[in-house]
Design a protein around this ligand. Structure first.
Ligand code: PEP
Ligand code: MG
Length: 866
């Protein structure tokens, strides 16, 4: 089978074979864009190489043919003393892995051709500059000589001459550098091959090998990229961005990758080559400046950007080179972007008619939405801090943490439980492990497309780059700004939206929903079968969830309302009272407080349904836990310590999660549930007086049978009916039940007779189905995941095989009794996208999750129907 394709033979559908870069070069060539000619060696050739650890004879023969064809097409030849052919050799996997694998430019240069190039371009300095770059890249990539050894040579000569920039290096300096580079080869027992053919073969092998280098392996693991894809190799005629001040190289996005705003966005450097822009070593100019410097080139670039966006129907990331005023396109691909930019771009593309709503909804990863809902710094707290330094706002968000200056130290600190911020002079792909664990990444050098910026955006981490006032010394473990010195472990705060760095910890506030997200969520709602409700115990939670578009409350855990000091005291009075008489006063006090709680929630929900669950946890959770507390509580309640201890001993349970909790409390202490129902009804009456109609949804936890539910239901209805007849009004209400024990699932047809709705408590259902204590899984679950005995934590992603089967049974049985029975899920997995898709498939009517996951669940629910 053919293992090499010239660009014109491929197209964008051939990613698997030609890699992303190769497929795109092919597509662009066929679009008539100015792409320097070349060819792609397939991923199949890579697999072949991986097996044989050598380039096969057939591949070598094909390569010869293609090199000859390229020589003919360009009128240049390898080793030609007058017109030498120079090529780049680049990796390109089917899924983009930016900077993780190797590239070598300027292949074909040697001691002879460097002179030919000098004559040909009438620029000796440029020729020698290109040659020294080849020596460094080749040495590093092919022989593994350290990048810094080459850098040190360059730095030493610059220092000796008092230069501040590489551009100041003269031809003579460059010749000296080349000699010194060759010496580095000699010192390592190597030599630089003078034959272009030997160079290209070594480069191809090195690219194939780089599929398995450490950083590529880590990147694939982190991004769930399969190990067996392999990489293609692109061989392409060189064009030179370093051929003088009328030349340059740059990276452009067709829209702003941080915000999604529509405008040509990017940066470039004049008289520079390839990696200079993205490596972050020199800080480039914004593309807008090109408009002034080379208006025609800018216009052409803008036109190409539009062509590409129309063609690919998505935001593009372009690499371009200008050689003596002539524009070339080296790469175009779908650009990486922040989650916020992804949403804005998807919505804008629909409005521009390039894609439809369905496609927009499918383009966004549900989990990424929680990343874009990053909190922002509390403006008041922020105002109390002075800006220490400012850089380029590369990736939005507000982050606070302890500062570390190397990836390894950041990783170690993270593993020790610290919240870390990685601060570097600039980052390279080797820093990936440290970047993954950091809240924010800050670099002193580099531009908006530097490695640090691209990676931070991809991960949804906060990022600020090019902070020139900052100087990082990783050996001394310090960073300085003016006369302020930051030491390892110092707290700093980073604002990725403004680019500001602050000393100390700054508190953050709730997130706001941007307009385009609201639009996307509206589309998602319209497209979904399932509703998305929130779990909320406070008006603050509810407000946040409503701002995210929640349909109402699916679960209020009333016990959470009892944990404030004054309420806790009343609760303790209630629990420790000797008889019904002693319970009266605390019940009355609690009733008042709960009334206000419920009133606030109902009022805020303005007509949206609010499901309130009656008390669930075992009572001893409300009692003191240590000696000091026992002492205090005994004093407060006017009890002897011994009396308190006796009562505590009586309430103590061996297995509290299987003990005296849920609706079992209603059977033994009916007055607690009665109190909660009264509080609810008082709130309903107050709102009725204000002209607001509320239909309370009352939920009973831990039900096991129809008889049990009927008993509790009677308790609830008696209370309601007494109150409504006394008040003389009608209130519609619903009494439903949690389905959270296997027995409830199995007898759901009977239970449905007594229930107006079901809501799966998957936390308890998972606990009881597996026999895993929710609170103790930490001691063994990691081992199960690591040994792949479990595919995922069943408390985070529903176990479809076991728990899911019980749920399906309960749904089928429940609906056999009542075909229209509303059935929700309010456990933790209700906000997990994979679980949401499963719930949609088994006929769940709605999920309920924590406020910040409402947008995630909403999008997942839409995607499940599309
Ligand atoms: C559940 O069990 O899934 C549930 C929502 O209730 P809780 O977590 O309060 O037990
Ligand atoms: Mg539960």
């Amino acid at each position: 089978m053919k293992q090499i394709y010239v660009f014109a033979e491929g197209n964008m559908e051939m990613r698997a074979l030609l890699g992303g870069k190769g497929a795109n070069l092919a597509e662009m060539t066929n679009l008539g864009l100015p792409v320097p000619p070349g060819f792609t060696m397939t991923t199949a050739a890579c697999h072949d190489y991986q097996q044989q650890h050598a380039l096969s004879d057939t591949l070598l023969a094909e390569l010869d043919e293609h090199l000859q064809a390229l020589e003919q097409a360009t009128g240049k030849r390898f080793d030609d003393p007058t017109a030498p052919l120079l090529v780049s050799v680049r990796s390109g996997a089917p899924i983009s892995m930016p900077g993780m694998m190797d590239t070598i430019l300027n292949i074909g240069l040697n001691d002879q051709t460097v002179q030919a190039l000098a004559t040909l371009t009438a620029d000796t300095r440029f020729a020698y500059d290109s040659y020294r770059r080849l020596l460094a890249m080749f040495g590093n990539v092919v022989y593994g000589l350290s990048e810094s050894a080459f850098d040190d040579v360059l730095t030493a000569i610059k220092q000796e001459k008092g230069y501040t920039s590489d551009l100041a290096l003269t031809t003579d300096d460059l010749k000296r550098i080349i000699q010194a580079f060759k010496q580095l080869y000699t010192d390592a027992g190597k030599s630089f091959p003078q034959s272009p053919k030997a160079q290209i073969l070594a480069a191809i092998v090195a690219v194939f090998e780089s599929w398995n280098n450490r950083r590529a392996v880590i990147y694939r693991r982190e991004n769930h990229i399969p190990e067996d894809l392999g990489t293609a190799v692109n061989v392409q005629t060189m064009v030179f961005g370093n051929a003088g001040e009328d030349s340059g190289t740059g990276v452009a996005f067709t829209r702003d990758p941080a915000t999604g705003k529509r405008a040509l966005f990017g940066e470039y450097l004049l008289n520079a080559q390839g990696e200079d822009v993205v490596s972050g070593v020199r800080t480039p100019q914004p593309v807008a400046v090109l408009h002034e410097q080379m208006p025609e080139v800018y216009d052409q670039l803008a036109a190409i950007a539009t062509t590409l966006e129309q063609h690919y129907r998505d935001m593009q990331d372009l690499e371009f080179t200008i050689e003596h005023g002539e524009l070339y396109l080296l790469q175009a691909r779908n650009g990486k972007r922040t989650p916020a930019a992804a949403v804005k771009i998807a919505v804008d593309l629909v409005n521009e008619g390039l894609i439809d709503r369905q496609e927009a909804l499918m383009r966004i990863e549900p989990k990424s939405l929680s990343d874009m809902l990053h909190p922002e710094f509390d403006p008041q707290a922020l105002a109390a801090h002075d800006v220490l330094a400012t850089g380029l706002p590369a990736s939005p968000g507000a982050a606070t943490g302890e500062v570390y200056f190397t990836a390894a130290e950041a990783k170690a600190a993270h593993e020790a439980g610290h919240q870390v911020i990685l601060m570097r002079q600039d980052t390279s792909p080797e820093d990936i492990e440290g970047m993954i664990v950091s809240q924010a990444i800050v670099t002193a050098r580099g531009g908006m497309t530097s490695h640090a910026a691209v990676v931070a955006r991809g991960m949804g981490a906060t990022g600020v780059v090019g902070m020139h006032a900052l100087s990082v010394d990783e050996h001394a473990k310090t960073a300085t700004v003016g006369d302020i010195v930051l030491h390892e472990g110092d707290w700093v705060s980073v604002d990725g939206t403004t680019g500001h760095l602050y000393r100390g910890r700054i508190t953050t506030t709730a997130a706001m929903v941007k307009e385009s997200l609201a639009t996307l969520l509206d589309w998602a709602k319209a497209a979904s079968r399932m509703g998305v409700y929130t779990n909320a115990d406070t008006p603050k939670d509810l407000q946040q969830a409503l701002a995210f578009g929640a349909d109402g409350i699916g679960l209020t855990r009333t016990e959470h309302m009892f944990f404030q000091p004054e309420r806790l005291l009343q609760m303790r009075r209630l629990i420790l009272a000797k008889d019904a008489e002693g319970r009266k006063a605390p019940l009355a006090a609690l009733e008042k407080m709960q009334e206000q709680d419920f009133y606030d929630l109902y009022r805020l929900a303005t007509g949206k349904s609010v499901t309130i669950r009656l008390l669930d946890p075992p009572l001893h959770e409300f009692l003191p836990h240590d000696l000091r507390e026992i002492n205090e509580v005994a004093n407060e309640l006017g009890l002897e310590q011994n009396q308190l201890r006796e009562r505590m001993a009586a309430l103590k349970e061996v297995n509290p999660m299987l003990g005296h909790r849920g609706d079992r409390l209603a059977v033994t202490f009916p007055d607690i549930y009665a109190m909660q129902v009264r509080a609810m009804m008082h709130a309903v009456f107050r709102l009725a007086d204000e002209g607001v109609t509320v239909t309370p949804h009352i939920m009973i936890p831990l039900t096991n049978s129809e008889t049990e539910l009927r008993w509790v239901r009677r308790l609830v209805s008696n209370e309601i009916e007494q109150m409504t007849s006394a008040k003389g009004i009608q209130v519609t209400y619903e009494v439903g039940t949690m389905i959270e024990t296997p027995r409830a699932c199995v007898t759901a047809d009977a239970i449905a007779n007594a229930a107006d709705f079901f809501s799966f408590g998957t936390n308890d259902l998972t606990q009881l189905t597996f026999g895993y204590s929710r609170d103790d899984v930490g001691s063994f679950l990691p081992a199960y995941l690591e040994k792949k005995i479990l595919p995922a934590d069943p408390f985070q992603t529903v176990d479809t095989e076991g728990v899911g089967t019980l749920m399906k049974m309960a749904i089928d049985k429940g609906r056999a009794t009542k075909s229209q029975l509303p059935i929700g899920v309010c456990g933790e997995v209700g906000g997990d996208p994979d679980s949401v898709a499963f719930f949609d498939s088994i006929g769940v009517s709605y999920v309920s999750c924590s406020p910040y996951r409402v947008p995630v669940a909403r999008l997942a629910a839409a995607q499940a129907t599309l």
